[in-house]
Ligand binder design. Structure first.
Ligand SMILES: Nc1ncnc2c1ncn2[C@@H]1O[C@H](COP(=O)(O)OP(=O)(O)O)[C@@H](O)[C@H]1O
Ligand SMILES: [Mg+2]
Length: 277
């Protein structure tokens, strides 16, 4: 059977569409009959509330509970934390406790591998695990990168700059060298794209010149549409809230692009191992 793909959605800037991308990509992949788990790795818990679990401070078992169990060397039992969403995707929720847990992690043994260990037993149950990162390059985010096999970087198009990518790519490079050699940058996803502004071709060229061998821009761009922001208070994805929206359409084609890339990667790996003969 297919292996579990773990995708981290990361950018140290807030408000660039990470959480919206985590949920919308998750639902779009589920619409393609994939088994999907999304993980809220942000103490702000925007993904948790976006998915309709509003009373996040009273959720008994969250990602931080699992990480605390890891720190204490207890049995993690990640299935206890899973919440089911109507649109056929599952969630490991978060709340503010994750900030405290981040502090506690600093003295833990093998602290980079906490989230990876927490999710280990769930891998066989999902085709995709999508981790929504917080806008900080701290130990929780490092953990997400240590767990993932690819990172998707949403960037608000008018702020896309090759310079701004530097810190994130440095961390990704470090994680890749030191804790997770399998990590790849899936690419940069342009979000909140206002049709009237065009991406200056100089930025694309600059990115390709500086990071061309490690990053690419996805073909799909996510347009700006006010209904997307409205959907966040309804506990519904953009697909359930307004199926005809351009944003729903864009996330559908984005999911197709992700699926195509993964299939290509899978074939490449199979070929290099000689399975295809
Ligand atoms: N395509 C879009 N069109 C309009 N608003 C959007 C779109 N994507 C996200 N938003 C809104 O922009 C804000 C930031 O998005 P969010 O996904 O929470 O970003 P991040 O997780 O990077 O902080 C939210 O209010 C969200 O509803
Ligand atoms: Mg967010």
């Amino acid at each position: 059977m297919s292996k579990c793909n773990v995708i981290a959605i990361a950018n140290q800037k807030g408000g660039v569409g990470k959480t919206t991308t985590a949920f919308s990509l998750g639902v779009a992949l589920a619409n393609n009959n994939k088994r999907v788990l999304v993980v809220d790795a942000d103490p702000q818990a925007n993904l948790t509330t976006y998915m309709g679990f509003y009373d996040e401070d009273n959720i008994p078992i969250t990602l931080s509970t699992l990480i605390e169990r890891y720190i204490d060397g207890e049995d993690i039992k990640p299935e206890e934390s899973i919440l089911h969403h109507k649109e056929h995707i599952d969630l490991i929720p978060s709340n503010l406790n994750l900030s405290m847990t981040e502090n506690n992690l600093s003295n833990a043994m093998n602290r980079e591998y906490a989230i990876k260990s927490c999710l280990e037993d769930l891998r066989s149950q999902y085709d995709y695990i999508i981790i929504d990162c917080m806008p900080t390059l701290n130990m929780i985010t490092t953990n997400a990168l240590a767990t993932a096999n690819q990172v998707i970087v949403p960037v608000q198009s008018q702020y896309l700059s090759a310079k701004g990518m530097g810190n994130l790519l440095t961390i990704i490079g470090k994680v890749k060298r030191q804790v997770n050699k399998d990590l790849k940058v899936g690419g940069i996803l342009l979000t909140l794209v206002d049709k009237r502004t065009k991406l200056p071709s100089t930025i694309r060229e600059e990115l390709e010149a500086n990071y061309g061998n490690i990053v690419k821009l996805y073909d799909t761009q996510i347009p700006f549409a006010i209904k997307t922001a409205e959907s966040t208070s309804k506990g519904k994805s953009i697909f359930a809230y307004d199926k005809t929206s351009k944003v729903a359409e864009a996330y559908s084609s984005f999911a197709k692009e992700v699926l195509r890339e993964d299939e290509r990667e899978r074939r490449k790996n199979a070929l290099s191992k000689g399975y295809d003969r």
